[in-house]
Design a protein around this ligand. Structure first.
Ligand SMILES: Cc1ncc(COP(=O)(O)O)c(C=O)c1O
Length: 452
């Protein structure tokens, strides 16, 4: 496969669709799904994930702020979009004009929303947020009726939902989650007493959706499970869910070094024996964490190789002495499967001292995303791209077609003779360049093998 950057992230939209269908399978027929696609769809790419999730059965979308909502609207998505984060009052005209749903917990926001709604002659749509124990956004359950009363007094402000967020849904002990749900039910009763019965009552993130049906109410709000990410080790995704994302780069150079040679910035690591070193074209500017606890291993040729020396901005180095012959141009997997080996998000989270969510969200936007289409909702001719991505040296040529104004998907060419390389930018405008078919560098050549 030919790329304008020799590092890329593959997003399997078939896995997203599969996971959404499985989530549909664990909720009752009258419970809907709000697919959480904030933070560039947890690093996957919000627009393709949103389109895939909607096609697979999600009904609403969840983002953090207005820019994320507008990205979806600009891509032609007309589904309901709830902004889960803070919306300053000055955004009200744009929010109302673009038919975006706002999270409301502060009466201060209601006036500008009402003014924008009356000016534009359209409803201002809100979901009220109750803080039942997370101590983040939201009004106390005791104050929800007052907030609802203020909203109801404003013409054109429409309360469509009420929700809360659970702090410990993914931990082994469900006690606090149950306590929060109890407070949420009290808030719903308080609303009912003032005649407010919103269409959407919701509380469940992925972990709650997976483990506690009583948390489902009218809508679940999965993020992690939709991406095939385990919310935690205590609450993994049920069998059948699949990770959607993998992260690959190319081997840039292979060199033989004698024992006792320092490697990388600060000379923090030295060869202990005659060493075959692979220099890989991905670094911390791509999301490969350097410190204090860095990424530990990669896969090359389906085998694990330790990363050695300090991870650089654009490069990292792997000790491939124990691997069968590695050559420049080979694919190294930083995250995902190669052959029978797999580096999981959980593994990276453990070695870098964080959670899987952060690993995914920290994958840099400069790394192009390559979207493998969902065979259920896309042109079947695109399926072979999965194989292309797996094994770049033997890839056929391909060209791209626009999925939205910001994303591209790869498409297999009928003829082999017009090579085209492509980039799949996450947050920049489209780029496509042409270059000759990749020439496999010979690792045995003096340039590849000489120490320095
Ligand atoms: C309000 C809200 N709902 C739902 C989610 C999705 O959570 P998860 O990814 O654990 O399913 C998030 C994610 O942070 C959130 O902030």
């Amino acid at each position: 496969m030919l790329l304008a950057r020799p590092a890329w992230i593959t997003v399997d939209l078939g896995a997203i669709a599969n996971n959404v269908r499985r989530l549909r399978g664990i909720v009752a027929d009258d419970v809907e799904i709000l697919a959480v696609v904030k933070a560039h769809g947890y690093g996957h790419g919000a627009v393709p994930v949103a389109k895939t999730a909607l096609a697979a059965g999600a009904r609403l979308l969840g983002v953090t702020c207005l820019d994320e909502a507008l990205e979806l609207r600009e891509a032609g998505i007309t589904a309901d979009i709830l902004m889960l984060g803070y919306s300053p009052g000055w955004q009200a005209p744009s929010i109302v004009a673009n038919d975006i749903i706002v999270t409301a917990y502060d009466p201060e926001l209601l006036q500008p929303l009402a003014r924008a709604a009356s000016l534009l002659d359209r409803p201002a749509r809100v979901h009220l947020k109750v803080d039942t124990g997370m101590s983040r956004f939201g009004v106390a359950p005791a104050a929800i009726a007052d907030l609802a009363g203020r909203a109801l007094s404003l013409p054109r402000v429409r309360i469509e939902g009420v929700f809360t967020h659970l702090a410990t849904a993914d931990s082994a002990d469900p006690a606090f989650m149950r306590e929060q749900l109890g407070r949420f039910r009290e808030a719903l009763s308080a609303l009912a007493r003032v005649g407010c019965r919103p269409r959407w009552r919701h509380a469940a993130n992925s972990a709650a959706a997976i483990r506690l049906p009583e948390s489902h109410f009218d809508l679940i709000r999965p993020g992690a499970a939709m991406y095939g990410l385990n919310p935690s080790s205590e609450t993994p995704c049920p069998p059948g869910f699949r990770p959607a994302l993998s992260f690959q780069c190319l081997v840039a150079q292979v060199k033989s070094l004698p024992a006792g040679v320092p490697v990388g910035y600060g000379s923090t690591w030295q060869t202990q024996r005659p060493t075959c070193l692979a220099v890989l074209q991905a670094g911390y500017a791509d999301g490969v964490r350097r410190s204090p606890n860095g990424w530990k291993e990669v896969l090359i040729g389906g085998r694990r190789a330790p990363l050695v020396g300090a991870i650089c901005m654009d490069l990292c180095m792997a000790d491939v002495t124990d691997l069968p012959r590695v050559q420049a141009g080979d694919t190294a997997v930083l995250l995902g499967r190669q052959g029978t080996e797999e580096i999981t998000v959980q593994e990276i989270a453990a070695s870098t001292g964080t959670i899987g969510y952060e690993v995914l969200c920290n994958l840099a936007s400069r790394v192009p995303r390559v979207f493998v289409p969902d065979s259920g909702t896309s042109d079947r001719r695109l399926e072979p791209i999965a194989a292309l991505l797996d094994d770049s040296p033997h890839a056929r040529d391909e060209h791209v077609r626009g999925l939205s104004n910001r994303h591209w998907i790869a498409e297999t060419e009928e003829e082999d003779d017009e090579p085209t390389s492509v980039m799949f930018p996450l947050a920049t405008s489209r780029i496509a360049t042409s270059q000759p078919r990749r020439r496999s560098l010979d690792a045995a050549s003096p340039a590849a093998q000489e120490p320095y």
